[in-house]
Structures are given as structure tokens and as C-alpha cells.
Design a protein around this ligand. Structure first.
Ligand SMILES: [Zn+2]
Length: 268
């Protein structure tokens, strides 16, 4: 790959407060922090959620670059600052051939697409309200056979035209394979037969972290249902904009697009 990342974390203020970090500060990366007696934390201008065990999470968008400052404030009023620097990552292109309605949808589909976008927006508006770090049991792969068909962040060229970016990870599969929740969560929307997503489920893992599972043949959960890590939430299919049966797994931290692999590879 033609990219490289410069990353470092410097502890500027020296004090006795210690935070353990898991994960990597890089484009599409996620970092989980755990300390003691933390009262607040911010990543630049974003206030982070801190749960009762002083756990917090933050992530970096696919196109993140430059300098980021994490400020953590403790009960004894001491503040700890960490600095992360990263270079913009370059992504490979992926050329795909799709039915033309999926590249330039005809007028008659516009209302449906807009309506579905609105439903997704309402579901996403609930994200960030759960303060608990529901993800602290760790992460599992969403399918049994790990056959990665398209990595995160690819620049897509659809029918010869530069199009949207691939904001997820595609696992090849067979129609009817089980799809599992990557960690504990709450179903924010179980969407049926959306134009692009097909049948899909959006899970809220607390503190702004979400995962979405697209193109299901069958949905096995309902809105607002609590699910546990590894529980089956649906079956692999090819509903919506899909070329063959597969699972598209997308992860976000608020609106930041996160590489699902950066969660799946974490060692708790
Ligand atoms: Zn995909």
C-alpha cells in the first residue's frame, strides 16, 4: 500500500494519573481509554462520554490528518494531555459494474431514497445518548468464515465514474449464513428493504460507537432490542445494492467513518 502513517502520543503534562489505551490513533482507527476517577475528556472540540468505570472511546475518520489533542481531566483537577499526529491515508480504487439505477437512480425512486435517508437520520439522532461503554466485552467477527471481499475506504469507481467511498468491510458469504453482533448493543433501526442497504440493522454500542450490517436476506431483531456480543441478528443476503450475497459491515464513531478491522483486531 502506498501510504504511511506517522503517529505518536506524547504525554505533555506529567502527573500520577495513568490511562491505559487500547487501539491505534490513525485514519479510520479507534482508541479506547481506561483510567480512574476521570471527570471529563475532550478530543479537540468533541466532548467524550465517560462511563462509571472511567472508560471512554474516540475515533479518527477515514480521511483524518493533522494534529489531534486529547485532554483528560481527573477528579483531583489535574489534566493530562495527549497529542496524536497522522498523515492522510491514500486508498486504492475499486472498479465495479452495477445496474445503472444504482449509480444514477431514476426520478421515480427519489422520494423513496429520500424517505429512507430520513429514517436513517432519525435512527442516528439517538446515537451518543448511551453513556455506558457497551463494547467493553470486546469484539467478534460478524460471520464465521472470514472472506474479505472489499476492504475499508476504497475509492469506488462505479460503471467508470468516481463515486462514493466504501465505508465498510465486505465479507463474502452464502445466503442464509448467520450474522452476529460484533459486541453488545441496542438495535436503533432494523430497516426493511431499503434501496441501497436492503434489509439491515444498526446497532448502538454506547459513547457514539455504532455498527451497521447491510444486505441481509432476513432480519432477526427488532427496533430497541438489546443484543449481546455474538448473538445472531440476521442472515447473509444480497438485498439492496449488492453484487452477490455478502455482508457489508460499517462502523462509525458519531459521524467519523471507522475501519471495522480496527475494532475486530483489538486484543482485550
Ligand atoms: Zn460494502
Amino acid at each position: 500500500m502506498k501510504y504511511f502513517i506517522v503517529l505518536f502520543a506524547v504525554c505533555i503534562s506529567i502527573s500520577a494519573q495513568e490511562i491505559k489505551f487500547l487501539g491505534e490513533a490513525k485514519p479510520g482507527g479507534i482508541v479506547i481509554g481506561k483510567g480512574e476517577q476521570i471527570v471529563s475528556a475532550t478530543l479537540d472540540n468533541t466532548k467524550l462520554q465517560i462511563d462509571k468505570n472511567s472508560i471512554f472511546i474516540f475515533g479518527f475518520d477515514r480521511d483524518a490528518s493533522g494534529k489531534f489533542l486529547l485532554n483528560v481531566k481527573f477528579k483531583n483537577k489535574k489534566v493530562q494531555t495527549y497529542e496524536y499526529t497522522m498523515e492522510k491515508k491514500e486508498y486504492e480504487e475499486q472498479h465495479l459494474r452495477l445496474a445503472s439505477k444504482y449509480v444514477t437512480p431514476p426520478k421515480k425512486l427519489r422520494n423513496r431514497i429520500q424517505h429512507e435517508a430520513q429514517l436513517m437520520k432519525s435512527a442516528r439522532a439517538k446515537i451518543g445518548k448511551v453513556k455506558d461503554a457497551l463494547f467493553m466485552e470486546g469484539f467478534v467477527y460478524p460471520v464465521d468464515s472470514v472472506d474479505i471481499r472489499a476492504t475499508f475506504g476504497l475509492q469506488r469507481i462505479l460503471n467508470g465514474k468516481p463515486s462514493n467511498v466504501h465505508n465498510g468491510l465486505d465479507f463474502g458469504g452464502v445466503e442464509g449464513d448467520s450474522i452476529r453482533a460484533i459486541t453488545d448493543g441496542i438495535v436503533r433501526i432494523a430497516g426493511k428493504n431499503f434501496f441501497y442497504n436492503g434489509n439491515f440493522v444498526l446497532l448502538d454500542h454506547g459513547q457514539g460507537l455504532t455498527s451497521v450490517y447491510l444486505h441481509m436476506s432476513k432480519i432477526l431483531v427488532k427496533d430497541n432490542q438489546k443484543v449481546e456480543k455474538g448473538s445472531v441478528i440476521g442472515l447473509v443476503g444480497e438485498t439492496g445494492r449488492a453484487t452477490g450475497p455478502h455482508l457489508h459491515l460499517g462502523v462509525q464513531w458519531y459521524k467519523k467513518r471507522i475501519d471495522p478491522m480496527s475494532l475486530l483486531e483489538l486484543k482485550f
